[in-house]
Structure formats: C-alpha cells, structure tokens
Design a protein around this ligand. Structure first.
Ligand SMILES: [Zn+2]
Ligand SMILES: [Zn+2]
Length: 291
C-alpha cells in the first residue's frame, strides 16, 4: 500500500503550454494549472522562422524553473509542424534539418533536455526511402547539437507517416549513429489510430510488451495523453478531451493504473487552452484517485 502512495505522489502531469507570454512564464502557468511538468514549442510552430532566446530570457526561464520547483529532467520541447525529416524533396529536407538543429539549440539554451519529433512523412516515396532520410537527418542533428535527446513520437498511420508502430520506431533507433540519444514519446490518440487498444488490461500489457521488445520500456520518456475523436484503428489524428472520446474515462483509468505508465510524465495535448488545462489536469488526477 505504501508503495502505491509513493508512486502516486511522484506522478508527473502537465500540458502543452503556450509560449505567447514568454518562455519565462511557462513554469508559473504550469504550477497554476495543477501541473508539475510541461511541453512547449521552441518557436511559433507553423513557420520556418525560429530565433534563439537571449541570455536574459534563458536565465530568467531557469530562475522561474527553480522558483516553481520544476525539475529540468521532465520538461519537453515539441518540434514545429513544417519539419519533415522524411521528405523526398531536397529543399524541404534541408530546411527541416536546419530548423530542427535551431530548435535543438533553443532547447540547449533553455536547459530543456528533450526535443519531441515526428519522424516524418515519405509523401509517396515509400517507407524505406523515408526511413533512410529520417536516419540521415537525425545523424546530422546528433552531430551538431551535443546535449539534447530526440524523442521520436509515434504518429497516426495517415498521409505517408512513418513511425506508427513501436517496431518502426525501433528500426530508426537501431541504425542511427548515437542510439543512446534517441528515446520515445507514446501518444495515446495516435496509438489508438494505429490499433493499440489501451482500454483493456490485455491491450496495455500487449503495448508494454511491444515497447519492451522493440526498444526497451526505459526509453519511453513521455506520454502524450490525448483521447481520440475516432474509433480504434481509424487514422484521423483528431485529439479529444480526456473522457470525451473513444478511449474514454474507463479506458484511461485502465491505462493510467499501470505502474510502468505512472513512472513516465504525462502531457496533455487536447483541444483546451482556455483555462490552461486546469480542469482537465484535475480530471486526470481524479481518474487515478489522486484528488
Ligand atoms: Zn506531436
Ligand atoms: Zn502527440
């Protein structure tokens, strides 16, 4: 019983926070919303432009992290939407690698250890070709940005996306130059799209087993906690608020009851920015009896 309470006390939960008020406001907004971890974009995600934070901003961010007692080892950046590391078009591929490297430098300056990346879409060129481009891009990144770990996020199996099974993620990890610097994010909505059914005990056990066999469960550093507007196996990639989609409260109660899942930070990416996720974070906590 005591160990149950210790695990529950250590749970890391938060959400994707806006950066429109400045990086330095994120730690306070996180704590105000009831969270103790967060994800942010390192720049405006729908543009190719990204600039490094000034020394003053980076220092203030670190002061605020300390003030609100958020440990650096559990905070994350998410790459911009235009990046496609699998693109068969040379100009897009080069721009993508360049922007990813800038994002890595922003993470480094802020002290954020993880950059979450969508592996990419081959846009018709085929998975093998796409996979080769991704590996080449990651090798460029790893060589240029020394301190940041890349998190490969499982994606929805649509539009030529690569990385919708645990095995595909492992195929990338197995051939990059520095595999110790590649880890994984599991997105529950994208996984549900790809047929991973976390609403049953057996389904979660199967997923954990597949992760362990493919790349080792230790490598999963973040869970993107999203319900799904689409039923199991329908690749729509439409995030829904927790409890309102096809995974549902019952499904999440099941998924979140696993100790292996409780040991990994949970980050909400649901359509919910009005109250900065305060109600939804409380709702998730209530599902596991935390409040
Ligand atoms: Zn994502
Ligand atoms: Zn996600």
């Amino acid at each position: 019983m005591l160990s149950f309470f210790l695990v529950i006390l250590m749970i890391k939960i938060g959400a994707h926070m806006p950066i429109s008020y400045g990086f330095e406001k994120v730690p306070q907004m996180t704590v105000d919303s009831g969270g103790n971890t967060f994800q942010i974009f390192p720049h405006s995600p729908r543009t190719w432009r990204a600039s490094l934070p000034s020394k003053k901003v980076a220092e203030e961010f670190q002061v605020q992290m300390k003030k609100y007692e958020i440990p650096f080892e559990a905070v994350f950046c998410h790459c911009g939407y235009l990046i496609n590391l699998a693109s068969p078009k040379d100009d897009i591929w080069h721009k993508s690698v360049e922007l990813l490297i800038t994002e890595g430098k922003i993470c480094h300056l802020l002290g954020i250890p993880y950059l979450n990346v969508h592996p990419g879409s081959h846009t018709g060129a085929g998975e093998e070709e796409g996979m080769n481009r991704i590996v080449k891009a990651l090798n460029e990144f790893l060589k240029t940005v020394p301190t940041v770990t890349v998190l490969l996020e499982n994606v929805s199996p649509k539009g030529g996306n690569i990385g919708y099974t645990m095995e595909q993620l492992a195929q990338i990890i197995n051939v990059v130059d520095q595999p110790s610097r590649i880890a994984v994010t599991y997105d529950t909505c994208h996984g549900f799209d790809a047929g991973y059914d976390i609403t049953s005990k057996e389904g979660v056990e199967r997923l954990l087993d597949e992760m362990e066999k493919s790349f080792g469960l230790w490598r999963v550093k973040m869970i993107h906690l999203n319900d799904s507007k689409a039923p199991l196996g329908k690749p729509l990639d439409r995030h829904e608020n927790i409890g309102k989609g096809y995974i549902g409260d019952k499904g999440f109660r099941n998924f979140l009851s696993f100790e292996q899942i409780q040991n990994i930070p949970w980050v909400l990416e649901t359509p919910n920015e009005e109250d900065l996720y305060t109600k939804e974070i409380a709702h998730v906590k209530s599902l596991i009896g935390l409040i």
